[in-house]
Design a protein around this ligand. Sequence first.
Ligand code: PLP
Length: 422
Amino acid sequence: MKLDEIQAAEARLLLSTYARSPVLFVDGEGVHVIDENGTKYLDLLSGIGVNALGYNHPAVVDTIARQSRKLIHVSNLFYHEGQAELAMRLTERAGLDRAFFANTGTEAWEGALKLARAYAGLKRSEGAKLGTKFLALEQSFHGRTFGSMSTTYKAKYREPFAPVMPDVEFVRFNDIADLRAKFSNDVCAILVEAIQGEGGIRPLSQEFFAEARKLTQSTGALLVADEIQAGLGRTGKWFAYQHYGIKPDVTTLAKPLAGGIPLGAVLCTEEVARVIHAGMHGTTFGGGPLACAVAIAVIDTLEKDGLLARAVEVGDYFQAQLRGLQKKHDCIVDVRGKGLMLAAEVDSAELGKTVVAEMLKRSILINCTSDTVLRFLPPYILERQHVDTAIAALDEILTEQQAAAQSTPGQASGAAGEKQHG
Ligand SMILES: *Cc1c(COP(=O)(O)O)cnc(C)c1O
């Protein structure tokens, strides 16, 4: 089928959950993804932070080929070669003790929430005064299933599905007084992202994160860090919480973990893990032989090719170039992030949309999150020359938009809207 036929068929056959851009991708190589006409797009989003090694990376495709000829699935009723090997790599890097493997980010997060509730129950049975309440943060994003959605801040994700899971309260981002005011023995866990992703690439302050650690330690509640977007080396450390020198009791991984094959993980301390017994939690597909083999290959490649250091080097260069753009264009109100998790915030949602659409016309993929935050989550194999290409395009687009705004005030974003269907 051609793109227009696919569009028509999808409009008829699929739930209209997505407003897709009108591009049909069929191939990929390195940092580029390729459409049906052979046009190469520079991918600065990597499938929303998933394709850490880019497209068609030999470590990923060879492992998939090899493992798929041996064993794809066997269920969690039996042993296979992958889970222990992968758990060893992850726990060692996280500074945590045990792992549970799921399939997606939200499923990993559900596992973390269940651990926190069950652990509080165990502590109560041992005489502790711990309640069942979760403290999550404003602008947080933890996923789309019921528990995850209930701990996700934006009303648009929760309200259509009300009533959501009770016993969740939101704390103002980086507001220590608000955190203290809302914390009590009722709380079983404080839920954070060291660097909020969907919420706009916003890092926790050192003080706030430290206070969350201190408060949870004072009652036996858990500190749970969602590393689904920031984790596995994107920020230059294996886990973003490691920039703070703070260790959570529980953390979650997913997006880049298995190079595009779905895989999520929950990691926790030995102390927390003692609450889990056979039969309490599980999943049919999670941690299958294929996904685990690919994750092992991804981690070993990140290590062998020094890609965390590369994320810092190219990321710092990218951030410096974005700051240069900010000096030139008043419409960029902030530049922030770490490693290859970067944002340039613009001064209007209209402009955000226009820039994404104009970048797409120039065959560069980015997105705009939280209305005004241009988000960059490129593959870790990105090079300076790719950054230069992106910066030149952004510069050109912002210059054009400014000129358009001056000639016809209020009409600056005429190019927005594209032909997004849905
Ligand atoms: C993407 C994301 C999730 C949800 O992951 P899915 O695989 O889409 O379920 C949860 N938390 C964070 C921080 C994310 O970025």
